[in-house]
Design a protein around this ligand. Structure first.
Ligand SMILES: C[S@@+](CC[C@H](N)C(=O)[O-])C[C@H]1O[C@@H](n2cnc3c(N)ncnc32)[C@H](O)[C@@H]1O
Length: 315
């Protein structure tokens, strides 16, 4: 009886102590990195991965491949899991994505890793972004802290596109400003603006799950909820007000789609901060921006990523 109990416990331990790791890969061309990264993130999310990471590798011929390493609970056999994933990749949306490897991974202290992750990150001249549990470290006491709980929404501050947007925002925000944050995610940009002196924020995201996360982060930063309006909305649809600063760290296509409405949404001396585009994509964006009555005040690059601050070209 005792032995059987031990065997049972061991089996339970074994079950909880490993999971399956599946590596997916796809070829990258010069200007499709962000689209393919989003596609890989979708693969991880809808195949119920319990954790994932995306990397890029290249060979001596200069050919680039994007890899997704996704972890799955070991509740079913690896062959069964691989067959399910192969079937799922037959969807035309995932054309070009293939499974490169499947293997068993020992359990790692994800909880601890999660808590050790996101150390204080100085951004721009005066900001430091950090997870709330790093507060006690009093790192960078001279900087304004932005506390972000790393959950599922995009915008921990660690992505280059967010850092570009934060840096351009920090330079522009003035006491009393009203900010409109399109694609708010964690709320990091409008929270930074309010902590830097803005009076009021309007934040929108097409993904309803981001709203609660943004509220949680507002709370962590001691922001008065009365000065923020958060809503689920598509780009600038239905927005009739005018603001001092508009921020949009979204991808190229939503940024382009929004451009015809941006001028109208800005007060006379207002500015718009766009990020979330690659260096290659910036050429397309700049030409459409200029034909929509806006002009670039400042551009910024960070790795492969590009962003800018733009103002009205006239009047
Ligand atoms: C790259 S994240 C940026 C998050 C955060 N603002 C930051 O700077 O880190 C882009 C966000 O835009 C949202 N989004 C994508 N398409 C959108 C649309 N058409 N309208 C509003 N939000 C959108 C996504 O749900 C996501 O939260």
């Amino acid at each position: 009886m005792q032995d059987e109990l031990e065997i049972f416990k061991k089996a339970q331990d074994e079950k909880n102590n490993y999971w399956w790791t599946v590596e997916f890969s796809t070829a990258l061309s010069q200007n499709d990195r962000s689209t393919k990264e989003e596609l890989m993130s979708t693969v991880a999310a809808i195949s119920n991965s319990i954790g994932s990471e995306i990397t890029v590798e290249h060979n001596d011929l200069g050919e680039y491949r994007l890899f997704l390493k996704a972890h799955y609970n070991s509740s079913i056999g690896i062959d069964e899991l691989a067959a399910e994933l192969e079937y799922f990749l037959k969807d035309p949306a995932f054309k070009g994505i293939e499974i490169s490897r499947c293997y068993k991974t020992s359990n790692q202290p994800w909880e601890t890793q999660h808590y050790d992750a996101f150390p204080p990150l100085p951004v721009g001249k005066n900001l430091v972004v950090m997870a709330p549990w790093h507060e006690k470290e009093k790192a960078y006491p001279e900087r304004t802290p932005i506390y972000i709980y790393p959950a599922t929404a995009f915008g921990t501050g660690y992505h280059e596109s967010t850092r570009i947007a934060l840096t351009l925002l920090e330079e522009a925000v003035k006491a009393g400003d009203v900010i409109l944050d399109v694609g708010t995610g964690t709320g990091i940009l409008f929270i930074a603006a309010l902590k830097l002196g803005a009076d009021k924020a309007i934040a929108r995201d097409i993904d309803p799950t981001t709203i609660e996360e943004a509220k949680r982060n507002m709370n962590l930063n001691g922001i008065n909820p009365k000065v923020c309006t958060l809503s689920v909305a598509d780009l600038l649809k239905g927005f009739r007000d005018q603001v001092n600063i508009l921020t949009a760290n979204i991808l190229l296509n939503p940024n382009l789609a929004m451009l015809p409405d941006v001028r109208r949404a800005l007060k006379p001396k207002g500015c718009a901060i766009f990020s979330g585009m690659t260096n290659v994509e910036s050429y397309t964006f700049i030409s459409v921006l200029e034909s929509s009555g806006m002009t670039i005040e400042k551009e910024m690059k960070f790795g492969d990523w590009w962003g800018c601050r733009a103002v009205k070209a006239w009047g």
